[in-house]
Design a protein. Structure first.
Ligand SMILES: NC(=O)c1ccc[n+]([C@@H]2O[C@H](COP(=O)([O-])OP(=O)(O)OC[C@H]3O[C@@H](n4cnc5c(N)ncnc54)[C@H](OP(=O)(O)O)[C@@H]3O)[C@@H](O)[C@H]2O)c1
Length: 254
């Protein structure tokens, strides 16, 4: 039996879960690719590749030279450039692509969401008056909030942000999800948060803050999903595993 050679574009919970699910399965030879933004990523099984490919062309070259059979784009919903590159590279190399695209969060009764389409708009939407803001957009995306320096930002990220990106008034929390509702509520209360700012990443791991904000009737400034390029996709790791079963079956019987 020849193992299917799989490249997973990661940086998301789904990529990690898929790598763990395929660990030890002799039908697949898995390489996980990370951009290298996090200096200490969570420990994962299997082969790891870190750093960019050099655009779609570079990725196509790696797919061809290293004889990958399948490309799984499991990047974060806001990682648009990599999704575009994955589509172009799959087309150029003739390698089959599957994306994992988790659904966005949707408003529920009791939510007080303010929808915006950019981080700049999110910063403006906090308003003129100084507020205490819980900011979970990620440490690379804090600079736009320097334009609204009157607010105090409680910034939570996996790793400490660079000081030059920070607005003047900050309290830093470094933590890696998943988070639960009771802890999120306690955090919002302890820091006297008045408004939450987040990107609509979707998924279970980061949703607890929305439940906590709803329970406390806090407004949430929600940065909407960017438009994503069309690609064949599934929404969950479980569906990706089913798709892989089928891919393996069709390849081994060919
Ligand atoms: N954007 C977010 O909000 C967010 C949140 C959580 C995690 N992440 C993860 O962080 C990484 C970077 O996100 P981003 O928004 O900066 O991406 P991006 O804008 O879509 O991609 C920028 C460049 O980073 C490199 N890259 C991205 N993902 C890669 C991967 N999995 N393996 C190897 N190279 C990768 C590629 O460089 P080359 O062109 O040189 O190949 C790509 O052109 C992604 O892997 C994403 O899954 C992003």
């Amino acid at each position: 039996m020849t193992a299917l050679k799989l490249l997973i574009l990661g940086g998301s919970g789904e990529a990690a879960d898929l790598a763990r699910a395929l660990d030890g399965d002799a039908r697949y030879d898995v390489t996980l690719s990370l951009a290298g933004r996090t200096t200490e990523p969570a420990a994962l099984p299997g082969k790891l590749r870190t750093g960019g490919f050099g655009g779609a062309e570079g990725l196509a070259r790696v797919l061809g030279d290293e004889r990958f059979d399948l490309l799984i784009d499991a990047t974060h919903p806001f990682a648009v450039q990599m999704k575009v590159n994955a589509i172009e590279a799959a087309r150029a190399s003739g390698v089959t692509l599957l994306a994992i695209r988790r659904p966005p969060w949707v408003q529920r009764e009791g939510d007080r969401w303010i929808m915006v389409t950019s981080l700049e708009a999110a910063a403006a939407a906090i308003g003129e008056d100084p507020r205490r803001v819980f900011l979970t957009t990620g440490r690379m995306e804090l600079a736009p909030f320097r334009a609204a320096p009157q607010h105090l930002y409680i910034v939570r990220s996996v790793e400490a942000p660079s000081p030059e990106d920070l607005p003047p008034l900050v309290e830093l929390i470094t933590a890696r999800g998943p988070f639960n509702v009771a802890d999120e509520r306690a955090l919002l209360e302890a820091h006297k948060v008045e408004v939450v700012v987040t990107k609509n990443s979707g998924g279970a791991g980061a949703a607890a803050k929305l439940d906590a904000a709803r329970a406390l009737s806090l407004p949430v400034i929600m940065v909407e999903r960017p438009d994503l390029p069309e690609a064949p996709y599934v929404e969950t790791v479980a569906d990706a595993l089913l798709w892989l079963e089928r891919a393996h079956g069709s390849t081994s019987s060919a």
